[in-house]
Design a protein around this ligand. Structure first.
Ligand code: MLT
Length: 313
């Protein structure tokens, strides 16, 4: 585009609905954040932000789709920590998280919880550990595929307790995995508080611990895994918004303004607080905030995965 037509394009942006691609199944934790944010951002932008689930390969299919979409600001991606673990998990990744995107900003940080079906016999983490040892080969752990944070949390947990032989069952998102956990078809799941908080509060799943240093304000009675003996086990999931590489800067800036407005929206803030999610600060919710964090996370997870015995597929 010439400078004049670029400026006209940017001035008219957005002129139609924007698609926000969610890499995991409907009803799951990413979906919950994305749909609420889409509504809040849409209000600021004056157009509908259409949240759409595009599942598969632990979130990498959605990321690849957005990397290849037209760089016009009408296709965006919301993705979490999985954006930074993908290079350590997939040999033939078709996109590079560090070079194939423009970065709108971070959204929320979300703690995780280790939960089980409500009739699983152990009642706390110590009992769970003994149960896992006594029932080797019989207990399974659900996740949302290679690249999902439920998978990451599961791998780190199982490698820490030297039980990498536990059967893992992949789903297209932890939404459907949670349905099966509640139905008793699977035993364990490590999942974000944006999905687990209300299920734990209402007793529909059994909670074994939080993956944070401190107990969670929304679940004050739930001990951390660390305080129950799994020391240094910490995992907080971060989420960001991405656009295809080459999206004009005024368009990225406009979406960033909408992101900041969305994060400040009282309805969004209240919904996130109830689900244990922490809204990104304005520094984190900036292009630089997302870019630098993503880079640091890519550098962090490669060696961690290797140490946990995970080889890229
Ligand atoms: C989801 O939304 O289903 C989850 O974020 C998947 C995951 O565990 O990464």
């Amino acid at each position: 585009l010439s400078a004049a037509s670029l400026s006209a394009f940017a001035q008219n942006y957005p002129a139609r609905p924007i698609q926000l691609i969610i890499p995991f199944a409907a009803g799951g934790p990413t979906d919950v954040v994305a749909r609420r944010l889409a509504e809040a951002m849409g209000q600021n932008l004056g157009v509908t932000v259409v949240a759409e689930n595009k599942t598969g390969a632990g979130g990498t299919i959605a990321a690849d789709t957005v990397a290849r979409a037209a760089p016009d600001g009408y296709t965006a991606l919301i993705h979490h920590t999985g954006m930074s673990t993908a290079p350590a998990l997939y040999k033939k990744l078709r996109f590079n998280p560090l070079t194939d995107f423009e970065y709108v900003g971070q959204v929320v940080d979300v703690p995780m919880t280790l939960v089980g079906r409500k009739d699983l016999p152990p009642n706390n983490y110590k009992e769970l550990y003994a149960y896992l040892q006594a029932n080797r080969g019989k207990v399974n752990l659900a996740n949302a595929g290679m690249g999902a944070v439920s998978q990451l949390c599961g791998v780190l947990f199982l490698s820490r307790i030297n039980m990498m032989d536990v059967t893992t069952i992949p789903y297209s998102g932890t939404g459907p995995a949670m349905t099966d956990l509640q139905g008793g078809q699977v035993d364990l799941l490590c999942d974000q508080t944006t999905q687990t908080t209300q299920l734990i509060q209402s007793g529909r799943v059994k909670a074994y611990g939080a993956t944070t240093k401190q107990r969670l304000a929304v679940l004050p009675d739930l001990p951390t895994l660390a305080e129950q003996g799994l020391d240094n086990f910490e995992m907080v999931v971060w989420h960001g918004i991405y656009l295809p590489k080459g999206t004009p800067k005024p368009v990225v800036d406009r979406l960033n303004a909408a992101l900041l407005a969305g994060l400040a929206d009282p309805k969004f803030k209240d919904a996130m607080a109830k689900l244990g999610a922490i809204i990104a600060t304005p520094e984190k919710a900036s292009t630089e905030g997302l870019r630098t964090h993503l880079k640091a996370e890519v550098e962090k997870w490669g060696p961690v995965m290797k140490a946990a015995g995970v080889n890229p597929e």
